[in-house]
Design a protein around this ligand. Sequence first.
Ligand SMILES: CC(C)(COP(=O)(O)OP(=O)(O)OC[C@H]1O[C@@H](n2cnc3c(N)ncnc32)[C@H](O)[C@@H]1OP(=O)(O)O)[C@@H](O)C(=O)NCCC(=O)NCCS
Length: 216
Amino acid sequence: MLDDLLDIGVRCDHIGNSSMKLAWAVWSDHRLLVTGEVIYVHTSLATRRPEPVPSSVRAQIQAQAEGRPVTQLRLGRWDELGSAARDVRAVVFIGEQNIPAHEEWDADDAQALHAVVLNGAGLALATGRLITLGQAAGQARIGRMAVLRSMRGSGIGRQILQALVDAARAQDVRTVILHAQTSARRFYESLGFTADGDAFDEVGIPHIAMRLDLRP
Ligand SMILES: CC(C)(COP(=O)(O)OP(=O)(O)OC[C@H]1O[C@@H](n2cnc3c(N)ncnc32)[C@H](O)[C@@H]1OP(=O)(O)O)[C@@H](O)C(=O)NCCC(=O)NCCS
């Protein structure tokens, strides 16, 4: 039916030398509707011949099957994490949201603490940054929060935001502020941020100021 909520499961049943078999199933309200399987063969684009499944892919599938984490959160400076952060921001902000490149890259990147989530193959999935606004002000600003579209809704954004808030707390910051795109307001509210004032325009997108007090 049109309004049915579907549960879709995918499992890797077998990895051979160059092939992988994925089994699929779709349920509605615990009723199995359909199953299927897809066999992928890993090939080289250069030679167009089958090639062994890369060990990084095997390791990720193995970790997933065993319930181990398949992503890794890293915190660091622009010289270590800039390339990973840049990849995600270019796709999300410049590619998807049409923000001009000259608005995206600024001098704050050099002094910010960056958070990045990588998958087991080293591909960057999400990022965000924390800028400390001076000890006297006791404030820090979170920004450039972005998760690749295919990974949204799986808790990675929350993981990045929580890591940046924890880093701010460790630096004795009193208040974390941010400018949220109004479409993401509920995301920030789910981690305790509250809206401050009316919506305003920034880079052509409606935003709202939000804050989180870390100390009374
Ligand atoms: C906003 C964004 C960073 C959220 O990341 P995400 O990985 O999808 O979020 P999570 O899966 O960690 O969600 C955490 C919670 O926030 C909620 N949430 C996430 N995005 C939301 C949205 N746009 N509106 C309402 N709720 C949202 C989730 O439902 C979840 O709540 P739950 O735990 O009660 O289920 C991501 O959607 C994104 O990159 N968007 C495009 C870029 C962007 O707009 N960045 C924000 C700039 S201010």
